[in-house]
Design a protein around this ligand. Structure first.
Ligand code: S3P
Length: 444
C-alpha cells in the first residue's frame, strides 16, 4: 500500500463542500504514458503522473521488462525506453495488483515480443475475464494459458513475428482495443481494429503523439483504427491532465450537498470521458466550465459545481462507454434525485473491479434506498433531495470506486455510512480522503 488509508472509515454529513481542488493525474493516460515511453528509444518525462497503486504496478512491470522508470524529487517521472521490440524477458511473475488496465494492455504489448510472462493479481483482478484479450492476441500468434474461465494467473508466450489481424471489437472496451493496438506496434504490416461503439481514445491520440503511424477512419461499421507495425516511437515530454473519473466524486458530492460550491481544476474533457457531466446536467446539475485549453493533446477545463436539486432521468444507454467508471457515483446522485432514475445498457459494470450493479444495489439498499436490479443496470427511486437513511456498513469488495461512491453517499445521509475497507482507494486516488477533509472538514 502506498498511502496509509484506513481499513474501515465512517463518513457522515459534514455540511457544504467549498474550495478548489487539484485532481490526481488521469489513470488511463498515466498507464499509457509509462508504457509508450518505455517503448520509445530514449528519454521521456512525465509530469503529473497518477501515483496510485494501479499505475505503480505498470511502472514496476515496465522496469521488469527492461525500461528505466524513476521519479525525481520534484515528482517528475523519467523513463528511458528500450524501443519497440526491445522488451526483455521478466525474471519474475508480473504482479498486476488490482489493475485490469495494466494487465490487458501489457498482455497486448508482450504478445508480439519474444518473451514469456506470467501475470498475477489480487482476488478481484483474478476474477475478471481475460478471454476478451486472449482471443485477439491468440489470433495474432501469442500462446496464452489462462486459469479456468480465462482468468489470472495466466502465462503468455509472445509471438515473433506476430500476425497482423483485422479485429471487430465484440465489446465496447478501450482496454481490448488498446491491447490489439499495442500488439500491432511490433507486428509487421497493418493491424486493424473496427470499433462499432467509440470508447476512450487515449491510446490513439498518444501513439500518434509518440510518432506511430496510425490512422482513424469513420465507416458505416464504426471507427476503423489502423496501426502500421514495426513502429518507432520517439520520446516525449507529457503532462497528464486531471482524471475526470476522480472528478466524478466531487461533481456528485457538490451537487447533492446543499450550499456547496467547488472548483475542480484541470479536468480532462476528452469527449469519450465526459458522459457523467452530460448525465448530471440532464438531471439539473449546475456544472459550469471555464478556462478550456489544450494540455498535451487533450482538452482540459476547470469545472465550477454548485449544489442543485436533481431530477430523475432515463440515462441514455449510448452514454455508457463515455461514463463507464462513473456509474457507481451516478447511482448515488440518482438516490438523491426526485423520481425514478433508470440506467440500463451498462452490463459491462458486472465485470469491473467488482460486480458494480450488484454491489451498488446492495450498498444503496442497505442505506435505505429503493432499488430494482436489472441484468444491465439499476432503477433507483430518489429521495427528492432529502438525506438517505445511511447507518449501514458497506462492503467495498476490493473496489475503489465503490468505496469512494459510498463515502459520497455518506455526505448526504442521516447516519454515517461505514466503508468496511477504504484501502482500495489507493489504487486510483490516494489523496481522496485528504481532499474530502479539505473541502468539507469532518464535524467531529
Ligand atoms: C480503461 C478502460 C475501461 C475502464 C478502465 C480504464 C482504459 O475499461 O473501465 O477503468 O484505460 O482503457 P474497459 O475497456 O474494460 O471498458
Amino acid at each position: 500500500m502506498i498511502a496509509s488509508l484506513p481499513h474501515g472509515i465512517a463518513i457522515g454529513p459534514r455540511g457544504a463542500l467549498r474550495g478548489t481542488l487539484a485532481l490526481p493525474g488521469d489513470k488511463s493516460i498515466s498507464h499509457r504514458a509509462l508504457m509508450f515511453a518505455g517503448l520509445a528509444i530514449g528519454h521521456s518525462r512525465i509530469h503529473g503522473l497518477l501515483e496510485g497503486e494501479d499505475v505503480l504496478a505498470t511502472a514496476a512491470a515496465m522496469r521488469a521488462l527492461g525500461a528505466r522508470v524513476e521519479c525525481d524529487a520534484g515528482g517528475v517521472w523519467h523513463v528511458d525506453g528500450v524501443g519497440v521490440g526491445g522488451l526483455l524477458q521478466p525474471e519474475r511473475a508480473l504482479d498486476m495488483g488490482n489493475s485490469g488496465t495494466s494487465t490487458r494492455l501489457l498482455m497486448g504489448l508482450l504478445a508480439s515480443h519474444r518473451v514469456t510472462a506470467t501475470f498475477i493479481g489480487d482476488p478481484s483482478l483474478s476474477a475478471r475475464p481475460m478471454g476478451r484479450v486472449i482471443d485477439p492476441l491468440s489470433r495474432m500468434g501469442a500462446d496464452i494459458t489462462a486459469s479456468p474461465g480465462g482468468r489470472l494467473p495466466l502465462m503468455l508466450r509472445g509471438a515473433l513475428p506476430a500476425v497482423p489481424i483485422e479485429y471487430r471489437l465484440p465489446v465496447a472496451s478501450a482496454q481490448v482495443k488498446s491491447a490489439v493496438l499495442l500488439a500491432g506496434l511490433n507486428t509487421p504490416g497493418i493491424t486493424r481494429i473496427v470499433e462499432p461503439v467509440p470508447t476512450r481514445d487515449h491510446s490513439e491520440r498518444m501513439l500518434a503523439g509518440f510518432g506511430a503511424h496510425l490512422t482513424v477512419d469513420e465507416s458505416m461499421d464504426g471507427r476503423i483504427i489502423s496501426i502500421h507495425g514495426e513502429a518507432e516511437l520517439t520520446p516525449q515530454s507529457i503532462t497528464v491532465p486531471g482524471d475526470p473519473s476522480s472528478a466524478a466524486f466531487w461533481l456528485v458530492a457538490a451537487s447533492i450537498v446543499p450550499g456547496s460550491e467547488i472548483t475542480i481544476a484541470n479536468a480532462c474533457m476528452n469527449p469519450t470521458r465526459t458522459g457523467l457531466i452530460t448525465a448530471l446536467r440532464m438531471m439539473g446539475a449546475d456544472i459550469a466550465e471555464t478556462n478550456r485549453r489544450d494540455m498535451g493533446g487533450e482538452q482540459v477545463a476547470d469545472l465550477v459545481v454548485r449544489h442543485a436539486p436533481l431530477k430523475a432521468i432515463e440515462v441514455p444507454p449510448e452514454l455508457a462507454p463515455n461514463m463507464i467508471d462513473e456509474y457507481p457515483v451516478l447511482f448515488v446522485a440518482a438516490a438523491m434525485a426526485d423520481g425514478v432514475t433508470v440506467a440500463r445498457g451498462a452490463e459491462e459494470l458486472r465485470v469491473k473491479e467488482s460486480d458494480r450493479i450488484a454491489v451498488m444495489a446492495a450498498a444503496l439498499r442497505a442505506c435505505g434506498v429503493l432499488i430494482a436490479e436489472h441484468p444491465d443496470g439499476l432503477s433507483i427511486t430518489g429521495s427528492g433531495g432529502d438525506p438517505i437513511a445511511g447507518g449501514a456498513t458497506i462492503a467495498s469488495k476490493l473496489d475503489h470506486r465503490i468505496a469512494m461512491s459510498m463515502a459520497v453517499a455518506g455526505l448526504s445521509a442521516r447516519a454515517p455510512v461505514t466503508i468496511d475497507d477504504a484501502r482500495p482507494v489507493a489504487t486510483s486516488y490516494p489523496g481522496f480522503f485528504a481532499t474530502l477533509d479539505a473541502l468539507a472538514p469532518s464535524l467531529d
